[in-house]
Write a protein that binds this ligand. Structure first.
Ligand code: ACO
Length: 372
């Protein structure tokens, strides 16, 4: 392996609608004090009726593409990490591919719960390092509000919606994604799952009446798993890259619960300011949480050039994942000028026209062509 994958652009999208802890007290028997003290969450974003996982992923992708200054047709591969895809199939990645006009890209989804973004990052980075691809768009996007049981106070207070994206590119330089660790333990699959809607329990009156299309979680067990796996994965990914904890500038963990991140940083023996948190504003956005947090950490000047950043997540599966990243993107970031934004707008409109034209051609071919 000769070339490394570097983060060349990043972007996020969160819906406008804010749901506060006080709002939740009108919906279930809970309190701001309980949610705050047990999770650190103060509010979360909820998708509008017109938002979907794909529409939010597309917004985040636009920002990342424009930041990287590339053309959508430069993208070789799109990976969307999500457990709330628009459909079982086609993949959400294909919806993104069509909407942004990434005409040369392979596209697929990754289902690894909250670890999904780092899973996708690792796969893309390794394919870039193997020189199979040059440019990848990796997205974490979720509309958890559509699978949360709004009558279950033990889960509905935890989750939120949003999307984050990065562009990975090889540039022959040192740094970038240095190492990744991926893990799984399917024996814990029942701790966090969506019982129905798959081949085991296809949708039926029974699955609907039994509320089997809503997320179920054994919170205490997931908590115990998280506080042990996050420090272990962090140590492992650093060891693999020949680095030490002392060299880490910032850990960006999956944003599930402030108590989990505090316990993890304590187990690692690091000061609290070495771990990034925005869970108070967004709750747990599953696969979207790490890329959203990464974007905000950069915006807040918490990441500097040549910093060593560890991204670490855990989630449904059970799964866990960590990546050690030497930040090599130029800072401060140069936002695209207005004319560049306008130019991208024209490209996206062209992509929409192209997509429509292809559908029309397919429709005409189906009506007028005769199969031999
Ligand atoms: N408001 C008020 N009381 C509540 C609420 C609520 N929203 N939810 C639960 N309670 C009650 C329970 O009924 C229970 O009452 P009881 O003792 O009378 O039975 C009490 O509070 C304690 O409940 P616990 O579940 O033991 O509370 P705990 O301190 O463990 O906190 C929590 C629960 C926040 C869910 C915690 O276990 C946790 O964070 N777990 C990890 C969850 C997580 O990270 N999930 C995401 C995984 S990533 C992914 O892939 C999606």
């Amino acid at each position: 392996m000769t070339s490394r994958a570097h983060v060349a652009g990043w972007g996020k999208y969160v819906p406008e609608r804010v749901l506060t802890n006080d709002d939740l007290t009108q919906m279930v028997e809970t309190s701001d004090e309980w949610i705050r003290s047990r999770t650190g969450i103060l509010e979360r974003r909820i998708a509008s009726d017109s938002d979907t996982t794909a529409s939010m992923a597309i917004e985040a992708a636009h920002e990342a593409i424009e930041m990287a200054g590339i053309r959508p047709s430069d993208i070789d591969m799109i990976i969307v990490a999500t457990c709330t895809p628009d459909h079982v199939f086609p993949s959400t990645a294909c919806l993104v591919q069509d909407a942004i006009g990434a005409t040369h890209a392979a596209a697929f989804d990754v289902a690894a719960g909250c670890s999904g973004f780092v899973y996708g990052l690792s796969v893309a980075a390794d394919l870039i390092a193997a020189e199979a691809y040059q440019t990848a768009l990796v997205i974490g996007a979720e509309t958890l509000s559509r699978i949360v049981d709004w009558e279950d106070r033990a889960t509905c207070v935890l989750f939120g919606d949003g999307a984050g994206a990065v562009i990975l590119r090889s540039n022959g330089a040192d740094g970038g994604i240095l190492s990744s660790v991926l893990g799984s333990d399917g024996s814990g699959g029942d701790l966090l799952h969506l019982p129905a809607g798959g081949s085991r329990h296809p949708a039926s009156h029974h699955t609907v009446s039994e509320r089997m299309h809503f997320l179920k979680m054994k919170g205490r067990e997931v908590f115990r798993f998280a506080v042990s796996v996050m420090p272990d994965a962090t140590r492992q990914v650093l060891g693999q890259a020949g680095l030490t904890l002392e060299e880490v500038s910032l850990i960006i963990p999956h944003q599930a619960n402030r108590r989990i991140t505090n316990a993890s940083v304590k187990a690692l023996g690091l000061p609290e300011d070495r771990i990034y948190s925005n869970v108070e504003r967004y709750g747990n956005t599953s696969a979207a949480s790490i890329p959203i947090a990464l974007c905000e950490a950069v915006e807040e000047d918490r990441v500097h050039r040549d910093d060593l950043v560890v991204l670490v997540g855990f989630g449904a599966g059970l799964t866990w994942a960590a990546s050690a990243v030497r930040w090599s993107a130029p800072l401060p970031t140069i936002r695209p000028a207005r004319w560049e934004k306008a130019w991208y707008g024209i490209r996206y409109r062209y992509a929409a026209i192209r997509s429509l034209a292809r559908r029309v051609i397919r429709w005409i071919a189906a009506r007028f062509s005769r199969d031999e």
